[in-house]
Design a protein around this ligand. Structure first.
Ligand SMILES: [Zn+2]
Length: 295
């Protein structure tokens, strides 16, 4: 972690002050989040150094046909992949980036959060209006009728991440995955409701996310390098429709040229400070309003 992404100096505070002004003067503000927001909860960024895609080739492990192939040729590798990915999800807790976004929504500063993350952490932090454009690993989708159902987090822990002495045979692994997702009431097999590479985004959710992006006049992109399309097009689309983009990311990204303001900090630090400043100002305003009402 770079030092400048941890500590706030006066330059950062100035940027955050400007961000607060933009947010407070906007009518509809939307947060758009990516892997950087969850990496602080211990979910390794899939891309980037130390990410899971360095150990497991995404061309094979990132899509269903590839997974099926590895499953037939080398089921032990699938087991290792599933365990590594699932363990991180099963134990992750929301961090102050998720919490600040939820608190900003409850305080009326933002209208909702569009996320590319599948880890359920925005929901756990208390956000209400959430658009999970890449799905949610703690939800199952029926392959027959399409019905979705939330799954308890502990079920992933119990079924997938438990260490075993011997490696699993193909049939056992299938049985475990089956046990995790359960069968649908219609009798159909289910799979985790996440979008893999090459798969289309869930149409209804993506359309509603786009509608919100079109409607908003300010979008806060946090912890996303915005390179996985089509979800990555959402902030660009909002900017083209006239919205102001505030970017929070320790590194420059492809979005930076579109941003009115780039805050080079970790999402947890910047969003925590934004919440503090905005609610401080809101309290001051409420105080002034009370005084003038009394006068
Ligand atoms: Zn079904």
């Amino acid at each position: 972690m770079r030092e400048d992404s941890v500590t706030i100096d006066n330059g950062h505070l100035k940027l955050i002050g400007k961000a607060c002004e933009l947010i407070a003067n906007s009518h509809t503000v939307v947060a758009f989040t990516g892997a950087g927001v969850s990496s602080e909860s211990g979910i390794s960024v899939f891309r980037g150094s130390g990410g899971i895609w360095q150990k497991f080739n995404p061309a094979l492990y990132g899509n269903l046909p590839g997974l099926a192939l590895v499953f037939i040729l080398n089921p032990e590798r699938i087991e290792a992949f599933v365990r590594e990915a699932a363990s991180a999800f099963a134990v992750a807790k929301p961090n102050s980036a998720h919490e600040s976004i939820a608190k900003l929504e409850h305080a009326g500063f933002i209208s909702g959060v569009i996320t590319q993350n599948v880890d359920n952490l925005h929901r756990e932090a208390g956000s209400l209006n959430i658009f999970e454009v890449h799905g949610n690993i703690f939800r199952a989708r029926c392959l027959k009728c399409g019905a979705r159902e939330d799954l308890p987090k502990r079920r992933l822990l119990e079924n997938i991440t438990t260490k075993r002495n011997s490696s699993l045979k193909r049939r056992e692994l299938l049985r475990l995955l089956d046990k995790y997702t359960g069968r649908c009431a219609c009798g159909g097999r289910r799979r985790p409701d996440i979008v893999m590479f090459g798969e289309p985004l869930p149409r209804g959710i993506f359309r509603r996310a786009m509608e919100l992006a079109m409607k908003c006049d300010c979008i806060i992109a946090a912890g996303t390098s915005a390179i996985v399309y089509p979800a990555a097009s959402i902030p660009e689309y909002a900017v083209r429709k006239g919205a102001t983009l505030i970017e929070i990311n320790p590194e420059r990204t492809g979005l930076t040229p579109f941003a009115r303001l780039w805050i080079p900090l970790r999402a947890s630090v910047a969003l925590g400070e934004i919440f503090k400043q905005l609610t401080g100002k809101a309290n001051q305003r409420a105080g002034k309003a009370r005084i003038s009402a009394k006068a």
